[in-house]
Design a protein around this ligand. Sequence first.
Ligand SMILES: [Zn+2]
Length: 191
Amino acid sequence: MPKGVYERKLKPLIKAGDKFDKLTAVKFSYRNKDSYQFWLFRCDCGKEKIISINSVKRGNTKSCGCLLKKGGNLTHKMSKTRTYTSWQKMKERCLNKKCEEYKYYGKRGITICDRWLGKNGFINFYKDIGDTLKQGYANTNAWFITSNLEALKHIGLRPSRKIKVFNAKLEARLVKYEMYEGSKKAKKQNN
Ligand SMILES: [Zn+2]
């Protein structure tokens, strides 16, 4: 067998100095049996850790772990929530022509109101979840799970129950909202 036939030229996937959130690539460490590359990263907090570069590039790992312990800043907390992910995916489907599902959404003319885009888009998205519950789901109970207590306030409903739960390492709240017919807001709208 001629030498080199089975040797694949490995593209440098990242280089020293590349920054991913709080992590800065220091140097290549090893390749595991599935040929995934592991690099040594230095976190903004000073700690060094060997991490799979796939995990870092995908954004699954953003720090040495200190971010999860502290809870990170608001933006990071938000980026971990399911609602944020669905909001992101919704934007992709409707606006990104390269998205696989674009043909079912954006291409068919499905778009997103300006209210859900831009800087306050995510907050408005939470608000509208609350409003939708108030207006369209009278006499029902809604359960909502989030790790973002800050964003939870924007739902604008008073939970009747709050249960502390963990989504992997992430502390979250499972909250129950009981919707009544003729809540203040609903009354105002009917008159
Ligand atoms: Zn750290």
